[in-house]
Design a protein around this ligand. Structure first.
Ligand code: SF4
Length: 461
């Protein structure tokens, strides 16, 4: 996860970066940061927590200049601590350089071990820092060439924005795992993980960066390069299922439209004879609409989500059934009582939350609960930037669909097929990453890294 933005040549660069991050907050809530450039110096502020809590008018005023990059973080590599908050900023022999990263480098740990053995001292525990060490060591005279050379030594998922004096450099990895779009506001250029960030700052969506494309933006305009050879495409299909905001345009398609089509395909594959279709909010809402429209059954928001749930809450000493899930979701009893419901969710990972939601629906009076999931069973972890549990904790890696149905206590359970999902996203299986559903990884993990991950998974259990 993580969201990134970049602004080049706007008098309100810090403010626009802040608003862009505000729109991308769903991609990461652990920390937020902004780096700006003025007078060939870079200025950085990064805070733990939400962007709105970490920045105010005064802090933004202390970030001068007309160019900025920003980052919101959800950790998939490295711990949650202030040192790991991005963008990273350092001085090297070519001057200051800052970077913000969305994705995950599968071989960063191996490269890092080599660099450390050779004397490099790392300040963070993230994969992203490896890129900066390689850039600093590169003999290339120009920083854009050093970035190209460095990224050529690494593999995995990376959408990146770099800020150096006079230039903003945006890059998407050769397989295009994570999104990155180019837009324009008041005649200046902006980049962002999702187009919803453009809407908030009044920017116009221009195009997606192509996979394997590097865009260098300077006072002369946008210069596009394709420094790496062609690789198979591997856009993350889970972005459409869950991660991206429904008001974004992603990989050339409207997210809400793709989700509705997934719901319609789900009805075709797994119709349920029910009285009402109810989504699990928020990410199940549009698939739920698609399922209801295709089935001709009424659609109701029968579960209400509390959007103000913080990280901590006080649990009453007197035990309340399903308290944990009730904090987030509460059923509307009048919509459930005496009715057979189709419960639409975007994914089913461990199964424990689904089990509680099914119980909530039954306690609210639903006579039958038919669970429908708008993606296939999740059988394998993601190593490309989405935070998924280890394989042993993935219920579908260890149980059949019937066993999962019994575990969550549903009357029936149906998952959307891979074919249905790719049809809905108007793509083909060989154009997207499907590893978490197929266990077929488009970028192999290096053997040493596989061993480290095996040990890591063991300690996480
Ligand atoms: S493994 Fe799943 S979540 Fe990860 S990049 Fe591939 S499709 Fe996306």
């Amino acid at each position: 996860m993580c969201g990134i933005v970049g602004i080049f040549g706007h008098p309100e660069a810090a403010n626009l970066a802040y608003l862009g991050l505000y729109a991308l907050q769903h991609r990461g809530q652990e920390s937020g940061g902004i780096v700006t450039e003025s007078g060939r110096s870079l200025h950085r502020r990064a805070k733990m927590g939400l962007v709105a809590d970490g920045f105010d008018r005064k802090i933004l005023k202390d970030l001068p200049g007309e160019c900025a990059i920003g980052h919101v973080r959800y950790s998939t590599s490295g711990d949650t601590n202030p040192a790991n908050a991005q963008p990273f900023l350092l001085q090297h022999h070519r001057g200051p350089i800052a970077v913000a990263h969305n994705g995950n480098l599968v071989d960063a740990a191996v490269v890092r071990a080599d660099l450390e053995a050779d004397g490099s001292i790392f300040q963070t525990t993230t994969d992203t820092e490896t890129i900066l060490h390689l850039v600093a060591r590169s003999k290339a005279a120009d920083v854009a060439d050093a970035i190209t050379e460095s990224l050529g030594q690494l593999h995995g998922a990376f959408s990146l924005v770099f800020l150096v004096p006079g230039r903003l450099i945006a890059v998407r990895d050769p397989m295009g795992f994570r999104p990155l779009s180019l837009g324009k506001v008041d005649g200046t250029w902006v980049v962002a993980s999702e187009s919803c960030a453009f809407d908030l700052i009044g920017a116009e969506y221009v195009r997606d960066l192509e996979r394997g494309e590097m865009v260098v933006i300077d006072v002369a305009g946008v210069h596009s390069f394709r420094p790496w050879g062609p690789e198979r495409p591997a856009r993350c299909l889970f972005e459409h299922v869950y991660l991206a905001r429904p008001d974004s345009k992603l990989f050339g398609h409207s997210v809400q439209r793709v989700r509705k089509r997934m719901g319609a395909e789900l009805w075709e594959e797994h119709p349920a004879d029910v009285d009402v279709v109810i989504p699990v909010p928020d990410s199940g809402v549009y698939a739920g609409m698609g399922y209801a429209n295709a089935s001709g059954r009424p659609f109701e928001m029968g579960l209400v989500r509390n959007h103000y749930v913080g990280r901590t809450f006080i649990e009453p000493t007197q035990q309340i059934r399903n308290f944990g899930v009730r904090v987030k979701l509460n059923p509307v009893r009048e919509l459930m009582r005496g009715r057979r419901i189709a419960l639409i969710d975007d994914s089913l990972v461990r199964g424990t939350t689904s089990k509680k939601i099914v119980q909530l629906c039954r306690e609210a009076g639903a006579t039958e609960v038919h669970v429908r999931i708008s993606c296939p069973p999740t059988v394998a972890p993601c190593y490309y930037g989405i935070d998924t549990p280890v394989r042993d904790e993935l219920i579908a890696a260890n149980k059949s669909v019937h066993e999962i149905r019994d575990f969550i206590g549903a009357d029936s359970l149906g998952y959307l097929s891979l074919d249905g999902m790719t049809r809905a996203a108007e793509t083909k299986e060989d154009e997207v990453c499907t590893a978490c559903w197929t266990d077929k990884y488009p970028v192999a993990l290096p053997p040493a890294q596989s061993e480290q991950l095996r040990l890591f998974e063991k300690t996480k259990r």
